[in-house]
Design a protein around this ligand. Structure first.
Ligand code: SF4
Length: 202
């Protein structure tokens, strides 16, 4: 499968998830705190290279792939390379590539995971738990009554089915991004660059 087809397949999954999250936000009325970037500061975020293939391909099309690859290769950041913290802030900032953020970035705060007993457990961050405690409690209750919340394992299963090599193993986020970039670089090392810059995602 070509890089372009894999990117389209990943973006199709992202679009379906974004719609499901919109519905969940509508029913739960849960939302991130404005300007909060606490989850992006986490030093141990893990992701698959495949979820960052759309980012790597966009960097290739916009001729920034070498620059970002070099930055990643020399970066000593413990947190995500794409994150820009607000000056003098330990929990505020923004994603420099929000449109191309990974699957983990979309799921975190708005999804559930399956426990060993096959129960679904809503996964969200401390700021949301503390600032919207009643709404979080209502979500936990609704899960016990069959309420719908995006399921992490469902989406990782879909991603893996596109390309098990790129979509199974999880790495620290900067390494996952670097591996996605390496994949696109290798793919186009002996292939012609796509004729025109086509915006694959809105
Ligand atoms: S890709 Fe963006 S949203 Fe995801 S961790 Fe990095 S900065 Fe945060």
């Amino acid at each position: 499968m070509s890089v372009i087809r894999k990117v389209r397949a990943v973006e199709k999954i992202f679009a379906a998830l974004d719609s499901e999250i919109k519905i969940f936000q509508g029913t739960s009325q849960i939302s991130c705190l404005a300007g909060c970037g606490k989850c992006c500061f986490k030093p141990d975020i893990e992701a698959t290279p495949l979820e960052f293939l759309p980012l790597a391909f966009d960097l290739f099309l916009t001729r920034r792939i070498d620059e970002v690859f070099d930055e990643l290769s020399t970066s000593e950041k413990a947190y995500c390379h794409l994150f820009t913290p607000k000056p003098l802030s330990l929990d505020k900032g923004s994603c420099g590539q929000y449109v191309h953020r990974g699957l983990i970035c979309r799921l975190f705060g708005y999804s559930a995971m399956k426990t060993k007993n096959s129960e679904r457990k809503y996964i969200t961050c401390k700021p949301i738990k503390e600032s919207q405690a009643e709404k979080v409690e209502a979500v936990n209750r609704s899960l016990k009554e069959g309420g719908k919340v995006p399921l992490m394992s469902d989406y990782y299963f879909q991603i893996r089915s596109i390309d098990p090599d790129l979509g199974t193993n999880r790495y620290p986020i900067n390494e996952a991004i670097r591996k996605a970039i390496e994949y696109v670089m290798a793919y186009y090392a002996y292939r012609r660059r796509p004729p025109i810059r086509r915006k694959l995602s809105a």
